[in-house]
Every structure is written in structure tokens, then in C-alpha cells.
Design a protein around this ligand. Sequence first.
Ligand code: DGL
Length: 265
Amino acid sequence: MAERSAPVGVMDSGVGGLSVLAEIQRLLPNESLLYVADSGHVPYGEKTPDYIRQRLRHIAGFFHQQGAKAMVLACNTATVAAVADLRERYPHWPLVGMEPAVKPAAAATRSGVVGVLATTGTLQSAKFAALLDRFASDVQVITQPCPGLVERIEAGDLASPMLRELLAGYLQPLLAAGCDTVILGCTHYPFLRPLLAGMVPAEVAIIDTGAAVARQLQRLLGARGLLAEGPARATRFWSSADPGNLENVLPLLWHTPDSVQRLPM
Ligand code: DGL
């Protein structure tokens, strides 16, 4: 039986999930958090679902060993590939996955055209197709895979001319089609909000699901009587690549410089 004071495990292929970790910490400041960046295997976006499932089994096993009371897949690509597999393996463990914000975007658009920026893996998945069928039958959805963006963000690049050019190419078809709502369907992309804001017309809304995931975690923990009463312990970080790489980028994307441990093989 898990305890209220047990930590919550949050993972991503790399640093993207920090955008979700920040929302969780804002909403649930009493929770102790563990963060795994699977940086030795990033990007997930171009990997096979089977490969990603194997990685997620390993990371879920690690969180289990650490005594985590819940796990958050702060990664859209990992969710489409692996959340069903993990739910089967751990039927009693609260697991929160994420999906692009198609439902709120379809409700909010006035032009009737919505754009989705995400990884190839997310956009090609059956789960994403089902999401469109369910919530977007009345709107036009323009999907845009964005290879290369994740690698730039992993390197701590949030504003270089090269990144701007890459992003401009990905935004162009969305804006040309008349999108007034752009969904950030990858947890790395919220770090590009400042750059994006200067690249789309002011009336274009940019949305992501980090805050919704934090609320879902709150609901799941609350329903099981597992919300922590605090105080939270310091967040702990692991990486499956050289911990020094993540330590270098953390101060840019996270509020405190933290030390990072190597994720056991
Ligand atoms: N941050 C991830 C997502 O939300 C995946 C990025 C990647 O590794 O390709 O999809």
C-alpha cells in the first residue's frame, strides 16, 4: 500500500517533461517528485513503438523500485506507444499519460482550422487518429511533424537563427491554412513559447496540456487518498545519458541548478 508521502515519478525522453514537472509542482507543491530524462534514447519521435515500450518498461520498473506512488508520462510520444502496455502491467498503479489538446482546441477555434505540432510518432499513431475522430470531426486539422526541434531544445537552444528557421518552416503550412489555434503536442515545445509568440499573429492561440496533466494527477491521487501533506522533498533527477549534459541545461529550463544521477541500466 503506497503512502501519501511517497514520491511521484515523472519521465520524458529528455528535458521536455520539465514543462509538465513545473505545472505539477505549481499545482501540487507538497508532492515529492522524481524526474527521469531518457536522454540516452532521445528523440523518441523517430523510434518504433516497440523500442519506446521497452524503454518505458525499464523506467516504470525504476520508479517502482524507488517507491513511487504514481507515474506521469510527461511525453506524448511515450504515451501513444506505451501507456496501454504499462496499464496492463501495473493495473493498480496510478498512471497519467498525455495527449495533444485536440478537444480544447476544437472547442476554441473560430476559424475552424486547428494546427498540431508534434512528433512523427505521435501523429502517426492510432491513438492520435482516434483522438481526431472523437473530438475534431467538425474542424479542419493540419498536422505537422517537427523533426529536429527536440534535438535543438535538448541542446539548450531556445532561440537560435537555425531553430527559428526550422520552426518557421513548420508553422508556414499551419498559418497558410488559416489556423487560429496551434496545439503543442510534444512536451518539449512549450519551451519555445517565447519564440513562437513572435512568429504567429497575435490572434493565434497556442495551447498545451501540461496544466491538465497536473490536474489529472491531482484527481487520481485524491481519489485514492494519496495526496501528500508535505513538506515536499527536493526533486531528484536521473538521466540515461551523461548526467553532466542535463546538469548544464537544467538551469535554463528549471528554476534551480540540481545535480543529476545516472539512471541504472
Ligand atoms: N517530449 C516528447 C513528446 O511529448 C518526445 C520528444 C521526442 O523524444 O521525440 O512527444
